[in-house]
Design a protein around this ligand. Structure first.
Ligand code: 6PG
Length: 468
């Protein structure tokens, strides 16, 4: 019997989708799940000639050609360590373990180091695209041993989404690089989703758009510079009917968002690196605020709302919101990629940002036409520090910032919370060299704590004897 070429451990939605994707591409896949009912369910619902079920980890291991390859698709955290512990006594030097979950990159670095010492090659592998992506073509971000990548590349690149014929999978760098890139991808995803939500609030509560108009607007935007998976599904969401009423479902969904942690990790990591990803942080905070359901309900009657203002003319307003959203989106991606660039230096990963952008072009949640432009910017200048310094994006910011400011003013006057867009404006203004008030802060620091300051007119470090 032909030996299996890879073993997938964990057959919940993402694991089974990836396993079947591999099977579709002609790879013989061994599948194992801790509880056998899940394996049986896959067999029953998705029988496939290339998918072989195993109910015993040892048999899964023995079925494989060498070097063996295992893709772990279990919940991030302890479960990953548990699977590794189970595998370790059964496998040999030179075998490979891939972790395809959203593991924290520091865990991946630790695991990679421990396993390397034992001769096992470990790949922290970011996988994006949700269930459909995993089944029919995700974006894949593997990190680990560069030479060993050649062994897993044929499988990963075959199952990945394709953008202009190229696989959306590429070697990212050593140890935690793949999971780091996935973490930042998710941080950007948070910011992008929050910006879209804010555009929705503006159109609905300032512009008076109906769900049908919202659907048409997002569908129209999906034809231009905002063309992306998230804009596309947003258009669909506004049309989707509810199962219990004859209205649109979106209006029956509680105004409270979940989060599993990858956005928060990005934000925490940015503070550690000293990089401003304020829009990602704003998106996390927006979700946190959204969870205060009872307090928000109570407070609604306790605070005054701004006086009503006339609604703007719809066509002109729609154009402003589109331009403002696009401008803010540039700032969000600039922040995310700047974090990648700092991390690359800090952890010695030598990330290729153009390549990162190119594998985001299809398959993943943030896939967008925009990623082609980002790829080009980094191909033009691999050392680009911040996307906004690329002429294409600089032009975008210069063209759109007026609209961003106008819609922000409208939102503020109407009492609509726009945390990510506000951060975009503040970021752009600080970035373009406007005074940020740090001279006063330095004066205060020197005044109360003799922390010293630098001067604008001469070099050196100064302390002033404050006289008041
Ligand atoms: C992806 C998604 C995926 C998942 C996130 C959502 O790239 O396929 O990012 O990883 O949807 O975990 O995260 P939250 O539950 O935190 O929104």
């Amino acid at each position: 019997m032909r030996r299996t070429e890879i073993g997938v451990i964990g057959l919940a939605v993402m694991g089974r989708s990836l396993a079947l994707n591999m099977a579709d591409h002609g790879f013989k896949v061994g599948g194992y799940n801790r509880s056998r009912e899940v394996t049986d369910e896959v067999l029953r619902e998705h029988p496939h000639e290339n998918f072989v079920p195993f109910y015993d980890m040892k048999e899964l291991v023995e079925s494989q050609e060498r070097p063996r390859k295992f893709m772990i698709m279990v919940k991030a955290g302890k479960p990953v360590d548990m699977v590794i512990e189970q595998l370790l006594p059964l496998i040999d030097e030179g075998d490979m373990i891939l972790d395809g979950g959203n593991s924290f990159f520091e865990d991946t670095r630790r695991r990679e180091k421990n396993l390397r010492e034992k001769g096992i090659l470990y790949f922290g592998t970011g996988v994006s695209g949700g269930e459909k992506g995993a089944r029919f073509g995700p974006s894949i971000m593997p990190g680990g041993d560069k030479e060993a990548y050649g062994h897993i590349a044929p499988i990963l690149e075959a199952i990945a989404a394709k953008a202009q014929g190229e696989p959306c999978c590429a070697y990212m760098g050593p140890d935690g690089a793949g999971h780091y890139v996935k973490m930042v991808h998710n941080g950007i995803e948070y910011a992008d989703m929050q910006l879209i939500a804010e555009a929705y609030l503006l159109l609905k509560y300032a512009g008076g758009f109906t769900n049908e108009e919202l659907a048409d607007t997002f569908a129209e935007w999906n034809e231009g510079e905002l063309k992306s998976y998230l804009i596309e599904i947003t258009a669909g969401i506004f049309r989707e009917k509810d199962d219990f009423t004859d209205k649109e479902l979106v209006d029956y969904i509680l105004d409270s968002a979940g989060q599993k942690g990858t956005g928060r990790w990005t934000s925490l990591e940015s503070l550690k690196q000293g990089v401003n990803v304020s829009m990602i942080t704003a998106a996390c905070n927006a979700r946190i605020m959204s969870n205060r359901i009872e307090e928000r309900k109570t407070a609604r009657d306790l605070f005054d709302s701004p006086k009503p203002k006339p609604a703007p003319e719809k066509t002109a307003f729609k154009k402003q919101v589109r331009e403002g959203l696009y401008t803010a989106k540039i700032a969000a991606y600039a922040q995310g990629f700047e974090l990648l660039s700092h991390a690359s230096g800090e952890y010695g990963w030598d990330l290729d940002y153009g390549r990162v952008a190119s594998i985001f072009r299809a398959g993943c949640i943030i896939q967008a036409q925009f990623l082609d432009d980002i790829t080009r910017a980094f191909e033009k200048n691999g050392a680009l520090k911040n996307l906004m310094m690329d002429s294409f994006f600089m032009d975008g910011v210069n063209r759109g910032q007026r609209s961003l400011r106008d819609i922000m003013c409208m939102g503020i006057q109407k009492g609509i919370p726009l945390p990510a867009m506000s951060q975009a404006v503040a970021y752009i203004d600080a970035f373009r060299g406007m005074p940020v008030g740090a001279n006063l802060i330095q004066a205060q620091r020197d005044c109360f704590g003799a922390h010293t300051y630098e001067r604008t007119d001469r070099g050196g470090i100064f302390h002033h004897d404050w006289r008041f």
